[in-house]
Ligand binder design. Structure first.
Ligand code: NAP
Length: 259
């Protein structure tokens, strides 16, 4: 399918690995020029080079912490009013409700709520002026089904979800869509670190920890960054202009919602 977005420009934050990289690759496959970002400059350069070579699109890399205001300004300056914005950042660590201080909450809110909001506030005005724009926020299945040990993530992502529910409807009249993609477990470094935690806690191998988790998913496997990216690219396509303010689960059926 031709996504109809060749020649558009996209900013994909936190995109040297994992789901962000999957989104960047799928947009590049649709001939979209990219600005990519991550903290680690070497991995970012490797990811950007691979995309340039495979898809022949223009890619700018801006190393930096997207949750830091000064770094974010550099990213936004390079992106210069993109047509497409995909927001992403690392998720907060797991723990117990007794563990989390005010500063832990402020860190999670900064990374997973206030950073995507700041990125949207910066990019939406020109999208509205152009009467075309696409925003996809990478959140989590925990928005629909909160995960007990991810209390910091549950809290911050709930705030972002509420903001998007209103803002998406305010910008929709201008041809701008905002939607959230909610990953269930996907085979990325983040999944490996979660499986490592379970393996250490239970005294089992990482493969056994993964097999246990896969058995809980109706699809009996982890998702891939490529299929996640393909969904993101579709939401950014010309065909998705009537999809507004949705929270779309990509979880192999793990969360059982009848509606
Ligand atoms: P990942 O494989 O660990 O990749 C994270 C990417 O983001 C890397 O490129 C990393 O590069 C970059 N990054 C992290 N923090 C950043 C920051 N502050 N500023 C700029 N770049 C940053 O993670 P993932 O699995 O793709 O997860 C992406 C998001 O989806 C996370 O918020 C995660 O909590 C959420 N999620 C993932 C899953 C899953 O199963 N994978 C499930 C539910 C939710 P640097 O480290 O070099 O910065």
């Amino acid at each position: 399918m031709d996504l109809g977005i060749a020649g558009k420009r996209a900013l994909v934050t936190a995109s040297s690995k994992g789901l962000g990289l999957g989104c960047a690759r799928a947009l590049a496959e649709a001939d979209v020029d990219l600005v990519m970002n991550a903290r680690g400059a070497d991995d970012l350069a490797r990811a950007a080079d691979a995309i340039r070579e495979e898809f022949g699109v223009s890619v700018s890399e801006v190393p930096g912490d997207i949750t830091n205001e000064a770094d974010r300004e550099r990213v936004l300056t390079e992106a210069a009013d993109p047509d497409i914005l995909v927001t992403n950042a690392g998720g907060p660590p797991p723990g117990m409700w007794t563990d989390w201080s005010r500063d832990d909450f402020l860190g999670a809110l900064d990374a997973n709520m206030l950073t995507p909001i700041a990125l949207m506030k910066a990019c939406l005005p020109q999208m509205i002026a152009n009467e075309w724009g696409r925003v996809v926020n990478i959140t989590s299945q925990s928005v629909k089904s909160p995960i007990a040990v991810l209390g910091l993530s549950n809290a911050a992502r709930a705030g972002l979800t509420g903001y998007v529910a209103g803002t998406a409807r305010q910008v929709a009249p201008s041809g701008v869509t905002i939607n959230n993609l909610l990953p269930g477990i996907h085979a990325t470094d983040r999944a490996t670190s979660l499986d490592t935690g379970v393996s250490e806690q239970k005294g089992i191998s990482i493969d056994e920890a993964r097999a246990e988790r896969e058995a809980t998913i109706p699809a009996r496997r982890y998702g891939t960054a490529d299929e996640f990216g393909a969904t993101c690219a579709f939401l950014c396509s010309q065909h998705a202009g009537f999809i507004v303010g949705q929270n779309i689960l990509l979880d192999g059926g793990a969360v059982n919602l009848s509606m």
